[in-house]
Design a protein around this ligand. Structure first.
Ligand code: AMP
Ligand code: GLY
Length: 431
Protein backbone atom coordinates (compact mmCIF):
# COMPACT_ATOMS: atom_id res chain seq x y z
CA UNK A 1 0.00 0.00 0.00
CA UNK A 2 0.98 3.64 -0.38
CA UNK A 3 1.27 5.62 2.84
CA UNK A 4 1.43 9.34 3.56
CA UNK A 5 3.30 10.24 6.76
CA UNK A 6 2.95 13.84 7.90
CA UNK A 7 5.73 15.63 9.79
CA UNK A 8 9.46 16.29 9.62
CA UNK A 9 11.10 15.44 12.94
CA UNK A 10 13.01 12.60 14.53
CA UNK A 11 9.71 10.98 15.45
CA UNK A 12 8.75 10.87 11.78
CA UNK A 13 12.12 9.46 10.69
CA UNK A 14 11.66 6.68 13.26
CA UNK A 15 8.10 6.05 11.99
CA UNK A 16 9.37 5.99 8.39
CA UNK A 17 12.19 3.59 9.29
CA UNK A 18 9.75 1.19 10.93
CA UNK A 19 6.99 1.53 8.30
CA UNK A 20 9.35 0.73 5.43
CA UNK A 21 10.39 -2.52 7.15
CA UNK A 22 6.86 -3.85 6.67
CA UNK A 23 6.02 -6.19 3.80
CA UNK A 24 2.80 -4.19 3.33
CA UNK A 25 4.63 -0.97 2.47
CA UNK A 26 4.73 -0.35 -1.27
CA UNK A 27 5.58 3.33 -1.23
CA UNK A 28 6.04 5.77 1.65
CA UNK A 29 5.67 9.52 1.15
CA UNK A 30 6.61 11.99 3.86
CA UNK A 31 5.27 15.55 3.93
CA UNK A 32 7.52 17.44 4.26
CA UNK A 33 10.12 15.05 5.81
CA UNK A 34 13.84 15.67 6.35
CA UNK A 35 17.15 14.48 4.89
CA UNK A 36 16.81 11.19 6.79
CA UNK A 37 13.31 10.33 5.59
CA UNK A 38 14.43 11.13 2.02
CA UNK A 39 16.79 8.13 2.15
CA UNK A 40 14.00 5.63 2.79
CA UNK A 41 10.87 7.22 1.30
CA UNK A 42 9.89 10.11 -0.94
CA UNK A 43 9.67 13.57 0.62
CA UNK A 44 6.90 15.79 -0.72
CA UNK A 45 7.18 19.52 -0.15
CA UNK A 46 3.75 20.12 1.41
CA UNK A 47 3.33 21.88 4.74
CA UNK A 48 1.68 19.90 7.57
CA UNK A 49 -1.05 22.54 7.73
CA UNK A 50 -1.84 22.74 3.99
CA UNK A 51 -4.95 20.55 4.25
CA UNK A 52 -6.06 21.02 0.64
CA UNK A 53 -2.76 19.97 -0.89
CA UNK A 54 -2.39 17.05 1.53
CA UNK A 55 -5.87 15.89 0.48
CA UNK A 56 -5.26 16.17 -3.26
CA UNK A 57 -1.88 14.46 -2.88
CA UNK A 58 -3.65 11.46 -1.31
CA UNK A 59 -6.04 11.20 -4.25
CA UNK A 60 -3.32 11.57 -6.90
CA UNK A 61 -1.10 8.94 -5.27
CA UNK A 62 -3.58 6.23 -4.22
CA UNK A 63 -2.80 6.69 -0.53
CA UNK A 64 -4.33 3.92 1.63
CA UNK A 65 -3.18 5.22 5.02
CA UNK A 66 -2.49 8.67 6.46
CA UNK A 67 -0.34 8.89 9.59
CA UNK A 68 0.02 12.22 11.37
CA UNK A 69 3.16 12.74 13.50
CA UNK A 70 2.83 16.21 15.11
CA UNK A 71 -0.05 17.76 17.04
CA UNK A 72 -0.51 20.99 15.11
CA UNK A 73 -2.43 19.64 12.09
CA UNK A 74 -4.57 17.52 14.42
CA UNK A 75 -5.46 20.43 16.70
CA UNK A 76 -6.25 22.47 13.58
CA UNK A 77 -8.61 19.76 12.27
CA UNK A 78 -6.81 17.82 9.52
CA UNK A 79 -8.82 14.69 10.30
CA UNK A 80 -12.06 16.67 10.26
CA UNK A 81 -11.11 18.06 6.84
CA UNK A 82 -10.60 14.52 5.50
CA UNK A 83 -13.88 13.32 7.06
CA UNK A 84 -15.79 16.22 5.53
CA UNK A 85 -14.45 15.51 2.03
CA UNK A 86 -16.27 12.69 0.17
CA UNK A 87 -13.25 11.40 -1.76
CA UNK A 88 -11.04 11.38 1.37
CA UNK A 89 -13.31 10.25 4.16
CA UNK A 90 -12.71 6.52 3.69
CA UNK A 91 -8.91 6.66 3.83
CA UNK A 92 -7.77 5.08 7.14
CA UNK A 93 -6.30 7.90 9.21
CA UNK A 94 -4.08 7.76 12.32
CA UNK A 95 -4.62 10.81 14.50
CA UNK A 96 -7.67 12.18 16.33
CA UNK A 97 -10.10 14.83 15.14
CA UNK A 98 -10.21 18.38 16.42
CA UNK A 99 -12.25 17.58 19.53
CA UNK A 100 -10.07 14.65 20.64
CA UNK A 101 -6.98 16.74 19.93
CA UNK A 102 -8.21 19.23 22.54
CA UNK A 103 -6.69 16.84 25.09
CA UNK A 104 -3.41 18.46 24.04
CA UNK A 105 -4.70 21.67 22.46
CA UNK A 106 -6.36 22.97 25.63
CA UNK A 107 -5.04 22.38 29.15
CA UNK A 108 -8.38 23.58 30.51
CA UNK A 109 -10.22 20.98 28.39
CA UNK A 110 -7.89 18.19 29.54
CA UNK A 111 -8.14 19.20 33.23
CA UNK A 112 -11.94 19.18 33.01
CA UNK A 113 -11.83 15.82 31.20
CA UNK A 114 -9.68 14.32 33.98
CA UNK A 115 -11.89 15.77 36.72
CA UNK A 116 -15.03 14.40 35.01
CA UNK A 117 -13.59 10.90 34.73
CA UNK A 118 -11.77 10.67 38.06
CA UNK A 119 -8.27 10.53 36.56
CA UNK A 120 -5.53 11.48 39.06
CA UNK A 121 -3.87 14.82 38.24
CA UNK A 122 -2.63 17.94 40.04
CA UNK A 123 -5.36 20.10 41.61
CA UNK A 124 -5.95 23.18 39.45
CA UNK A 125 -8.13 26.14 38.61
CA UNK A 126 -8.51 28.04 35.32
CA UNK A 127 -8.61 31.85 34.99
CA UNK A 128 -9.25 34.37 32.18
CA UNK A 129 -8.80 38.12 31.72
CA UNK A 130 -12.14 38.59 33.47
CA UNK A 131 -11.00 36.70 36.57
CA UNK A 132 -7.46 38.09 37.00
CA UNK A 133 -8.23 39.40 40.52
CA UNK A 134 -9.50 36.01 41.69
CA UNK A 135 -6.44 34.40 40.12
CA UNK A 136 -4.04 36.67 42.04
CA UNK A 137 -5.88 35.92 45.29
CA UNK A 138 -5.73 32.19 44.45
CA UNK A 139 -1.95 32.38 43.83
CA UNK A 140 -1.39 33.87 47.31
CA UNK A 141 -3.07 30.87 48.91
CA UNK A 142 -1.01 28.21 47.06
CA UNK A 143 2.10 26.52 48.42
CA UNK A 144 5.34 27.13 46.44
CA UNK A 145 6.38 26.40 43.77
CA UNK A 146 3.34 27.35 41.68
CA UNK A 147 2.78 25.95 38.19
CA UNK A 148 1.23 28.25 35.55
CA UNK A 149 0.12 26.82 32.22
CA UNK A 150 -1.02 28.62 29.10
CA UNK A 151 -4.19 26.87 27.99
CA UNK A 152 -3.31 26.47 24.30
CA UNK A 153 -0.35 25.25 22.24
CA UNK A 154 2.72 27.38 22.96
CA UNK A 155 5.52 25.45 21.23
CA UNK A 156 6.44 23.68 24.47
CA UNK A 157 7.09 26.98 26.29
CA UNK A 158 3.70 27.51 27.93
CA UNK A 159 4.45 25.94 31.33
CA UNK A 160 6.10 28.09 34.00
CA UNK A 161 7.20 26.82 37.39
CA UNK A 162 7.45 29.80 39.74
CA UNK A 163 9.50 29.67 42.94
CA UNK A 164 8.03 32.79 44.54
CA UNK A 165 4.73 34.69 44.68
CA UNK A 166 5.99 37.83 42.96
CA UNK A 167 7.23 35.87 39.93
CA UNK A 168 3.99 33.85 39.79
CA UNK A 169 1.89 37.04 39.92
CA UNK A 170 3.99 38.82 37.24
CA UNK A 171 3.93 35.86 34.89
CA UNK A 172 0.21 35.34 35.45
CA UNK A 173 -0.45 38.99 34.55
CA UNK A 174 1.86 38.81 31.53
CA UNK A 175 0.06 35.73 30.22
CA UNK A 176 -3.48 37.04 30.66
CA UNK A 177 -3.11 40.80 30.26
CA UNK A 178 -0.10 41.12 27.92
CA UNK A 179 -0.78 38.01 25.79
CA UNK A 180 2.63 36.55 26.59
CA UNK A 181 1.79 33.45 24.56
CA UNK A 182 -0.73 35.13 22.25
CA UNK A 183 -4.15 33.46 22.08
CA UNK A 184 -2.68 30.39 23.83
CA UNK A 185 -2.63 32.29 27.12
CA UNK A 186 -6.14 33.76 26.91
CA UNK A 187 -6.84 31.18 29.62
CA UNK A 188 -4.31 30.21 32.30
CA UNK A 189 -4.39 27.08 34.44
CA UNK A 190 -2.86 27.44 37.91
CA UNK A 191 -1.77 24.06 39.14
CA UNK A 192 -0.38 22.28 42.18
CA UNK A 193 3.30 21.28 41.83
CA UNK A 194 3.81 17.52 41.70
CA UNK A 195 7.02 16.14 43.17
CA UNK A 196 8.34 12.92 41.66
CA UNK A 197 9.91 11.27 38.62
CA UNK A 198 8.39 11.72 35.15
CA UNK A 199 7.46 8.99 32.73
CA UNK A 200 6.02 8.98 29.21
CA UNK A 201 3.38 6.33 28.53
CA UNK A 202 2.10 5.71 24.99
CA UNK A 203 -1.23 4.19 24.09
CA UNK A 204 -2.45 3.18 20.63
CA UNK A 205 -6.23 3.68 20.44
CA UNK A 206 -8.76 2.73 17.75
CA UNK A 207 -11.85 4.23 19.37
CA UNK A 208 -12.62 1.37 21.75
CA UNK A 209 -9.66 -1.00 21.91
CA UNK A 210 -6.21 0.08 23.04
CA UNK A 211 -2.66 -1.23 23.38
CA UNK A 212 -0.08 0.21 25.78
CA UNK A 213 3.27 0.57 24.00
CA UNK A 214 6.67 0.51 25.73
CA UNK A 215 7.14 3.45 28.10
CA UNK A 216 10.08 5.86 28.04
CA UNK A 217 11.74 8.53 30.13
CA UNK A 218 12.40 11.90 28.53
CA UNK A 219 15.14 14.42 29.43
CA UNK A 220 13.62 17.87 29.04
CA UNK A 221 16.30 20.27 30.25
CA UNK A 222 19.14 21.39 27.98
CA UNK A 223 21.94 20.77 30.49
CA UNK A 224 23.47 17.78 32.26
CA UNK A 225 21.97 17.04 35.66
CA UNK A 226 18.60 18.49 34.52
CA UNK A 227 19.81 22.09 34.48
CA UNK A 228 18.98 25.07 32.26
CA UNK A 229 15.88 25.78 30.18
CA UNK A 230 13.31 23.26 28.98
CA UNK A 231 13.62 21.86 25.47
CA UNK A 232 11.49 19.59 23.29
CA UNK A 233 13.48 16.70 24.77
CA UNK A 234 17.22 15.95 24.82
CA UNK A 235 17.15 12.20 25.18
CA UNK A 236 15.11 9.16 26.10
CA UNK A 237 15.46 5.75 27.69
CA UNK A 238 13.16 2.76 27.27
CA UNK A 239 12.20 0.71 29.22
CA UNK A 240 12.11 2.62 32.51
CA UNK A 241 13.03 0.38 35.45
CA UNK A 242 10.78 2.14 38.00
CA UNK A 243 7.80 1.52 35.70
CA UNK A 244 7.59 -2.03 36.99
CA UNK A 245 4.58 -4.36 36.78
CA UNK A 246 2.92 -2.92 39.87
CA UNK A 247 3.29 0.71 38.82
CA UNK A 248 2.17 0.04 35.23
CA UNK A 249 -0.87 -1.82 36.56
CA UNK A 250 -1.82 1.35 38.46
CA UNK A 251 -1.26 3.36 35.28
CA UNK A 252 -3.59 1.08 33.32
CA UNK A 253 -6.31 0.99 35.97
CA UNK A 254 -6.24 4.60 37.13
CA UNK A 255 -5.22 6.43 33.96
CA UNK A 256 -5.36 4.52 30.68
CA UNK A 257 -8.68 2.71 31.08
CA UNK A 258 -10.56 5.72 32.51
CA UNK A 259 -9.14 7.85 29.67
CA UNK A 260 -10.39 5.50 26.93
CA UNK A 261 -13.75 5.00 28.68
CA UNK A 262 -13.98 8.75 29.27
CA UNK A 263 -13.55 9.46 25.56
CA UNK A 264 -16.29 6.94 24.79
CA UNK A 265 -18.64 8.34 27.46
CA UNK A 266 -18.06 11.85 26.12
CA UNK A 267 -18.72 10.62 22.54
CA UNK A 268 -15.29 11.71 21.40
CA UNK A 269 -14.11 9.38 18.61
CA UNK A 270 -10.38 8.75 18.88
CA UNK A 271 -8.11 6.87 16.48
CA UNK A 272 -4.45 7.56 17.08
CA UNK A 273 -1.91 7.73 19.85
CA UNK A 274 -2.34 9.12 23.34
CA UNK A 275 0.88 10.08 25.07
CA UNK A 276 0.35 10.43 28.80
CA UNK A 277 2.97 12.48 30.62
CA UNK A 278 2.93 11.12 34.16
CA UNK A 279 4.50 11.92 37.47
CA UNK A 280 5.37 8.96 39.68
CA UNK A 281 4.62 10.54 43.06
CA UNK A 282 5.67 8.12 45.81
CA UNK A 283 4.62 5.13 43.70
CA UNK A 284 1.32 6.58 42.43
CA UNK A 285 0.74 7.93 38.88
CA UNK A 286 -0.58 11.49 38.32
CA UNK A 287 -1.20 12.89 34.85
CA UNK A 288 0.85 16.00 34.04
CA UNK A 289 -0.48 16.30 30.52
CA UNK A 290 -1.93 14.48 27.55
CA UNK A 291 -0.47 14.69 24.06
CA UNK A 292 -2.37 13.42 21.04
CA UNK A 293 0.65 11.97 19.27
CA UNK A 294 3.81 10.02 20.01
CA UNK A 295 6.65 11.72 21.91
CA UNK A 296 9.80 13.09 20.36
CA UNK A 297 12.50 11.89 21.14
CA UNK A 298 10.75 9.03 22.99
CA UNK A 299 9.60 7.44 19.71
CA UNK A 300 13.26 6.98 18.68
CA UNK A 301 13.76 4.79 21.79
CA UNK A 302 10.34 3.08 21.78
CA UNK A 303 9.99 2.01 18.14
CA UNK A 304 13.30 0.11 17.91
CA UNK A 305 12.00 -2.09 20.76
CA UNK A 306 8.80 -3.04 18.89
CA UNK A 307 9.30 -6.36 17.10
CA UNK A 308 5.82 -6.78 15.57
CA UNK A 309 4.88 -5.11 12.27
CA UNK A 310 4.43 -1.40 13.05
CA UNK A 311 2.57 -0.66 9.81
CA UNK A 312 0.03 -3.33 10.78
CA UNK A 313 -0.36 -1.55 14.12
CA UNK A 314 -1.00 1.75 12.33
CA UNK A 315 -3.48 0.12 9.94
CA UNK A 316 -5.34 -1.49 12.81
CA UNK A 317 -5.69 1.92 14.49
CA UNK A 318 -7.00 3.38 11.22
CA UNK A 319 -9.43 0.52 10.55
CA UNK A 320 -10.60 -0.06 14.14
CA UNK A 321 -9.16 -3.58 14.33
CA UNK A 322 -6.67 -3.07 17.14
CA UNK A 323 -8.24 -5.97 19.05
CA UNK A 324 -6.72 -8.31 16.46
CA UNK A 325 -3.19 -6.93 16.70
CA UNK A 326 -0.56 -8.62 18.85
CA UNK A 327 2.21 -6.32 20.04
CA UNK A 328 5.60 -7.91 20.51
CA UNK A 329 8.30 -5.99 22.38
CA UNK A 330 12.00 -6.77 22.79
CA UNK A 331 13.26 -7.09 26.35
CA UNK A 332 16.46 -5.28 25.36
CA UNK A 333 16.87 -1.55 26.00
CA UNK A 334 17.24 1.62 23.94
CA UNK A 335 18.78 4.99 24.76
CA UNK A 336 18.43 8.06 22.54
CA UNK A 337 20.77 11.05 22.69
CA UNK A 338 19.60 14.18 20.86
CA UNK A 339 22.26 16.29 19.14
CA UNK A 340 21.21 19.95 18.93
CA UNK A 341 22.39 23.11 17.20
CA UNK A 342 24.41 25.80 18.98
CA UNK A 343 22.03 28.18 20.78
CA UNK A 344 19.09 25.76 21.10
CA UNK A 345 16.54 26.05 22.78
CA UNK A 346 16.87 29.80 22.08
CA UNK A 347 17.78 31.18 18.64
CA UNK A 348 20.09 28.63 17.04
CA UNK A 349 22.49 28.28 14.14
CA UNK A 350 21.51 26.58 10.87
CA UNK A 351 23.18 25.48 7.67
CA UNK A 352 26.19 23.68 9.19
CA UNK A 353 27.55 20.67 7.31
CA UNK A 354 27.19 17.44 9.32
CA UNK A 355 30.23 15.15 9.20
CA UNK A 356 30.40 11.44 9.95
CA UNK A 357 26.81 10.47 9.15
CA UNK A 358 27.73 7.70 6.74
CA UNK A 359 30.00 5.85 9.11
CA UNK A 360 28.25 6.46 12.42
CA UNK A 361 25.52 3.81 12.66
CA UNK A 362 26.45 0.23 13.63
CA UNK A 363 24.35 -2.86 14.26
CA UNK A 364 23.81 -1.50 17.79
CA UNK A 365 22.94 2.06 16.90
CA UNK A 366 20.58 4.06 14.71
CA UNK A 367 20.78 7.62 13.42
CA UNK A 368 17.43 9.43 13.18
CA UNK A 369 17.32 12.83 11.50
CA UNK A 370 15.22 15.72 12.83
CA UNK A 371 16.24 19.24 11.69
CA UNK A 372 18.27 18.30 8.62
CA UNK A 373 18.16 19.09 4.88
CA UNK A 374 20.07 17.63 1.97
CA UNK A 375 22.70 20.09 0.82
CA UNK A 376 23.31 18.47 -2.58
CA UNK A 377 26.20 16.19 -3.61
CA UNK A 378 25.56 13.90 -0.64
CA UNK A 379 26.00 16.53 2.07
CA UNK A 380 23.52 17.02 4.89
CA UNK A 381 23.07 20.39 6.59
CA UNK A 382 21.56 21.34 9.93
CA UNK A 383 18.18 23.04 9.61
CA UNK A 384 16.58 22.92 13.05
CA UNK A 385 17.25 23.12 16.79
CA UNK A 386 17.13 19.41 17.40
CA UNK A 387 19.21 18.00 14.55
CA UNK A 388 19.70 14.25 15.13
CA UNK A 389 18.52 11.58 17.54
CA UNK A 390 21.06 8.80 18.05
CA UNK A 391 19.67 5.58 19.49
CA UNK A 392 21.90 2.95 21.08
CA UNK A 393 20.55 -0.55 21.59
CA UNK A 394 21.74 -3.09 24.15
CA UNK A 395 20.73 -5.93 26.42
CA UNK A 396 21.06 -3.69 29.49
CA UNK A 397 20.81 0.10 29.82
CA UNK A 398 24.59 0.66 30.26
CA UNK A 399 25.17 -1.14 26.92
CA UNK A 400 22.54 0.98 25.18
CA UNK A 401 24.07 4.15 26.65
CA UNK A 402 27.60 3.32 25.51
CA UNK A 403 26.41 2.27 22.05
CA UNK A 404 24.52 5.56 21.66
CA UNK A 405 27.48 7.70 22.74
CA UNK A 406 29.95 5.71 20.61
CA UNK A 407 27.81 6.68 17.61
CA UNK A 408 27.36 10.32 18.75
CA UNK A 409 31.13 10.72 18.99
CA UNK A 410 31.55 9.87 15.31
CA UNK A 411 29.23 12.70 14.22
CA UNK A 412 30.12 16.37 14.29
CA UNK A 413 29.31 19.83 13.04
CA UNK A 414 30.35 23.28 14.10
CA UNK A 415 28.59 24.02 17.41
CA UNK A 416 26.96 20.59 17.96
CA UNK A 417 25.77 20.08 21.52
CA UNK A 418 24.29 17.14 23.43
CA UNK A 419 23.76 15.96 26.98
CA UNK A 420 26.43 13.65 28.32
CA UNK A 421 24.30 12.12 31.07
CA UNK A 422 21.32 10.48 29.33
CA UNK A 423 20.30 7.41 31.36
CA UNK A 424 22.70 8.07 34.26
CA UNK A 425 19.87 8.95 36.69
CA UNK A 426 18.23 5.62 35.92
CA UNK A 427 21.45 3.75 36.66
CA UNK A 428 21.68 5.57 40.02
CA UNK A 429 18.08 4.67 40.86
CA UNK A 430 18.81 1.01 40.15
CA UNK A 431 21.73 0.93 42.60
P1 AMP B 1 4.30 20.40 29.53
O1 AMP B 1 4.60 21.52 28.59
O2 AMP B 1 2.89 20.29 29.94
O3 AMP B 1 4.95 19.12 29.05
O4 AMP B 1 5.10 20.71 30.86
C1 AMP B 1 6.47 20.89 30.81
C2 AMP B 1 7.12 20.29 32.02
O5 AMP B 1 6.76 21.03 33.18
C3 AMP B 1 6.67 18.88 32.35
O6 AMP B 1 7.32 17.90 31.60
C4 AMP B 1 7.04 18.79 33.81
O7 AMP B 1 8.44 18.58 33.95
C5 AMP B 1 6.75 20.18 34.30
N1 AMP B 1 5.42 20.21 34.93
C6 AMP B 1 4.23 20.48 34.34
N2 AMP B 1 3.23 20.43 35.23
C7 AMP B 1 3.80 20.15 36.42
C8 AMP B 1 3.29 19.96 37.75
N3 AMP B 1 1.99 20.11 38.02
N4 AMP B 1 4.15 19.66 38.73
C9 AMP B 1 5.48 19.54 38.46
N5 AMP B 1 6.01 19.70 37.25
C10 AMP B 1 5.20 20.01 36.24
N1 GLY C 1 9.34 14.74 24.45
C1 GLY C 1 8.13 15.33 24.81
C2 GLY C 1 7.19 15.56 23.71
O1 GLY C 1 7.23 14.95 22.67
O2 GLY C 1 6.30 16.40 23.90
Amino acid sequence: MNILLIGSGGREHAFAWKITQSIHCKKLFIAPGNAGTATIGENVPISVTDFKRLGSFCLENQISLVVVGPEEPLVNGLRDYFEATDELKNIPFVGPGKIGAQLEGSKDFSKKFMARHGIPTAASQTFTKESVEEGIAFIQKQPLPIVLKADGLAAGKGVLICDNYEQAQNEFNAMLLENKFGAASAKVVIEEFLEGIELSVFVAVDGSEYIVLPEAKDYKRIGDGDTGPNTGGMGAVSPVPFADGEFMQKVRERVVMPTILGLMKDHIPYQGFIFVGLMNKAGDPFVIEYNVRMGDPETQAVLPRIKSDFLELLMSIGTKTLGQYTLSVATSTATTVVMVAKGYPDAYEKGKIIEGLNVAATENSLVFHAGTVSGGSGTVHTAGGRVLGITGLGEEIPDAISNAYACVEKISWDGANYRKDIGQDILLLQK
